[in-house]
Ligand binder design. Structure first.
Ligand code: PMP
Length: 319
């Protein structure tokens, strides 16, 4: 990732080098913060950068802030305006990743959430694929997913990512690309930083929102594509570990991961052969067109940054 030129820091746009925090920063010491990850997709033909699904990401950071007693002074619309301005000021003409971050900025020692002040920053940097989209190998982690009554997974909390990092590195050491978390009760939760879907007999299954998942924006997009474009309903329910071993298709999804087909789980080829299945392929195909502003039915998923070809986003029948 190349460094950005300009970042939004404590209410203004400043050169990247000037956006610094103290070694005593509460958020750095105790992980007291919450954040988002948003993608922008460059479309060379349109000469346009499209930012994907800003509103649901900014609604989620507001929810995370509420859970953490944190003050976020910007509305969803204001956050979207800051994002567009940030990307414009950096002049990106490639795929980018945007990171809004709300953190306790106090130089104070003492673990708590009350009586502290929040600072907000947002930066963006070029980013291609976060993980392989040609088929990954995953393993069920020996680490369990954090629990709602301990560290709520529903909030995107900075400190909570030690759980993801432990699972990801264990997977790496074991020769896998990523990890699947089980909850403390032994049922499937999600990947290290992505939600999980299984296909069984043409139907989609994913753990429900009460299975210690982050309620993913991409997860919602997948369910919309499946229902509206493929006529496939998704059943949100408890998923057993061994359903991973017998399903026909499996994929992980997230802003960073996009749609990432899984070809093996715990050394068992998915669907018996390890081939990427038809439902996964169709969802990937539609998703990748939609995020670059090339799927009129989902035109409202993206926001053009430079307004190069607004007309191309007029809603019509899908091409
Ligand atoms: N679960 C976790 C733990 C994540 O970090 C992410 C990435 N934000 C996701 C799921 C996917 O969420 P989204 O589709 O909103 O990026």
């Amino acid at each position: 990732m190349a460094n950005p030129k300009v970042v939004f820091f404590k209410g203004e746009f400043v050169p990247f080098e000037e956006a610094k925090v103290s070694v005593m920063c509460h958020g750095l010491n105790y992980g007291t913060g919450c954040f988002e990850g948003i993608r922008g997709y460059w479309n060379a033909e349109h000469e346009e950068l499209y930012v994907l699904k800003m509103a649901p990401h900014f609604e989620r950071i507001h929810q995370s802030a509420r859970i953490l007693y944190m003050q976020l002074d910007y509305s969803v619309d204001e956050l979207a305006d800051i994002t567009l301005e940030l990307v414009r000021r950096n002049g990106f003409r490639e795929d980018v990743y945007i990171r809004p971050l709300l953190y306790m900025g106090d130089e104070k020692i003492g673990v708590r959430l009350h009586g502290l002040t929040t600072d907000f920053t947002m930066f963006a940097a070029p980013m291609g694929n976060y993980i392989d989209t040609n088929g990954i190998k995953v393993g069920v982690s020996s680490w369990r997913r954090i629990d709602d009554n301990a560290v709520p997974a529903r909030a995107k909390i900075t400190g909570a990512y030690i759980n993801s990092a432990l699972a990801k590195t264990e997977a790496y050491h074991n020769g896998f690309d990523d990890a699947i978390f089980l909850n403390a009760d032994g049922h499937v939760s999600e990947g290290s930083a992505m939600n999980i879907f299984l296909v069984r007999k043409g139907k989609l299954f994913t753990p429900g929102v009460n299975h210690n998942i982050l309620e993913g924006v991409t997860r919602q997009a997948v369910m919309t594509i499946a229902k509206e474009e493929l006529g496939i309903e998704t059943e949100e329910r408890t998923i057993d570990r061994t359903e991973l071993y017998i399903c026909d298709e499996m994929f992980l999804c997230g802003t960073g991961a996009q749609i990432s087909p899984v070809v093996s789980v715990d050394m068992r080829p998915v669907g018996g052969t390890g081939a990427i299945g038809p439902v996964t392929r169709q969802i990937m195909e539609i998703y990748h067109r939609a995020v670059r502003g090339e799927y009129p039915r989902f035109a409202d998923w993206v926001q053009p940054v430079y307004n190069a070809r607004r007309a191309s986003l007029q809603v019509g029948s899908p091409s």
